[in-house]
Ligand binder design. Structure first.
Ligand code: SAM
Length: 493
């Protein structure tokens, strides 16, 4: 994994400031090649009457087992998708653009680029269709014929799509299949696409050296047989385009192995909200994923927001303020997010403009509150109030450990900040406890002991969230040793 992380860093470093990085297409390192074929002694695909095919465990599987590692059939980067050019088209109708922007917000438009990429791969190597893509859901011709014909919102993409479909008939192995491919492929992408992100959980992910520009979508073969569950027992993570699937808990033989199609911080929401976000062809209405009892999520008739409010734009807007203003704004938003207050001058944002920060007097998503807590802790630390920040980091830890799947990678990030903050306050015992849980959990999910942990967290340790971070010496006893070296010394694990 370390080699792949180096390659990911190199792509970010060499990225064009306007066009972003090159698309990652990494070779699976030799040491991981045995993990690319699902082990038939341990795993099998079974048919389930209500969910279709899905991966199952043939025998007990311990937590932290890598089920397999996969490379996509094709991928596309979010940054590559530019969408219809509004400036050059005076006839673009407003309703269309509104719908287009909504879709864009939901991150689905890059899927259109993926349709083209997969088609290109099929054209170059027809066995990709016959041996992999054609086996994916949906397979039933009734479902397929009932679906509307796919039309891209982007004329340029649609033109290329039609041309490629026509060219398929010139490939002997695909003759007579172009109609089926044109009907099925967009649906296959729609229902099997996976987001691909490198270290997305890190606070440094969106920053200058973070891996956000490598984010995209991909179509994978074996991973497409994971069904969704609101209590996933499998977690996934990626470096570049290579993706790992690992059990996040001990699994009993015979159980189904499921991932979550939803972001893990949405899983604690009400079924109504989860289904709105899921946008799938099935309803996910199992009980909410909670260890500590149900949160008071919105009821069916609630008119609270139907998507998280504290998105990247809101977070950037807040981080652009000076710390005093920011703290005040965050506190106001926390009240609104908890459904305790209407915003100042209802329906206006922090600068008095109308925007989607309009609150409804209804609770926002739990992840909104979590994101606001994180921003508050960062702000308090920058202001020198690390003692207040520590209790907020600990609240953040609690959220990830009670409202998210077991051993979630986000809980590691929160433990790391709680450890660094405690050490800054010279509370070494507390710091070591958080540090130890973070490392154990990281080792379980990502493997590689302290070496890999420190490699994956390299950018995170450069964040300098608290004054004098880089030179801190714990309680002075470890003169000259950085906080991370003090808490996670390089030892064999
Ligand atoms: C990525 S595929 C998973 C494999 C699929 N079941 C198959 O037969 O190939 C996604 C599709 O599986 C089905 N599916 C996945 N999770 C489900 C669930 N929890 N309940 C019902 N259907 C589910 C839905 O039809 C969904 O569009």
């Amino acid at each position: 994994m370390e080699t792949l992380l180096d390659q990911a860093d190199a792509l970010i470093k060499a990225a064009d400031p306007d066009d972003g990085p090159e698309r990652p297409s990494f070779d699976i390192p030799e040491s991981l090649l045995p993990l690319t074929m699902p082990n038939g002694d341990v795993l099998e695909i079974r048919e389930n009457p209500s969910k279709g095919r899905g991966w199952c465990a043939k025998q007990p599987i311990p937590a932290g087992t890598v089920l397999f590692v996969a490379k996509p059939i094709a991928m596309a980067l979010d940054m590559e998708y530019v969408g219809p050019d509004q400036n050059n088209d005076e006839d673009v109708d407003e309703e269309f653009m509104e719908e287009y922007e909504n879709q864009e917000e939901q991150g689905s438009t890059v899927n259109e680029l993926l349709v083209l990429e997969v088609l290109q791969s099929i054209f170059s190597n027809p066995s990709i269709w016959t041996e992999q893509v054609s086996l994916l859901y949906p397979r039933d011709s009734v479902d397929i014929e009932a679906s509307p014909v796919w039309i891209s919102r982007d004329d340029s993409i649609f033109g290329q799509y039609e041309a490629l479909i026509e060219q398929l008939e010139t490939v002997p192995a695909l003759q007579g299949k172009s109609k089926e491919i044109s009907q099925r492929l967009p649906l296959i992408i729609r229902y099997n696409v996976l987001s691909i992100e490198t270290c997305p959980e890190l606070l440094s992910h969106p920053g200058p050296n973070g891996h956000a520009p490598l984010s995209g979508v991909g179509l994978y073969h074996w991973p497409s047989f994971f069904n969704h569950d609101g209590r996933p027992n499998v977690s996934r993570y990626a470096v570049g385009d290579i993706m790992w699937f690992v059990t996040n808990q001990d699994i009993a033989g015979g159980s189904e192995l499921c991932i979550s199609y939803l972001e893990h911080d949405i899983l604690c929401e009400s079924p109504q909200r989860r289904n709105l976000m899921l946008r799938m062809d099935f309803k996910e209405d199992e009980g909410v994923f909670l260890k500590g009892g149900a949160l008071p999520g919105p009821s069916a008739e609630s008119d609270g927001p139907d998507a998280p409010v504290v998105d990247d734009d809101v977070q950037n807007e807040l981080m652009g303020m000076n710390t005093f203003e920011r703290l005040e704004a965050i506190d106001q938003l926390i009240q609104q997010a908890a459904g305790e207050a209407l915003p100042e001058g209802e329906g206006v944002d922090l600068e008095g403009n109308e925007d989607d920060m309009e609150a409804h007097g209804e609770a926002w998503f739990q992840c909104d509150l979590q994101n606001l807590r994180i921003l508050k802790a960062i702000t308090l630390e920058a202001m020198g109030f690390s003692d207040k920040a520590l209790s907020i980091w600990e609240e953040c830890v609690r959220f990830t450990e009670t409202q998210m799947p077991p051993n979630d990678e986000t809980s590691i990030v929160m433990r790391v900040q709680a450890a660094l903050c405690s050490l800054h306050l010279k509370q070494e015992t507390v710091a070591r406890q958080h540090a130890s849980v973070a490392l154990q959990r990281h080792h379980l999910i990502f493997g590689g002991g302290v070496g890999r942990f420190r490699r994956r967290y390299r950018q995170e340790f450069l964040l300098n969230l608290r004054p004098a971070d880089s030179t801190t010496t714990a309680s002075g006893v470890n003169g000259g040793v950085s906080m991370e070296e003090f808490l996670w010394p390089h030892v064999d694990y």
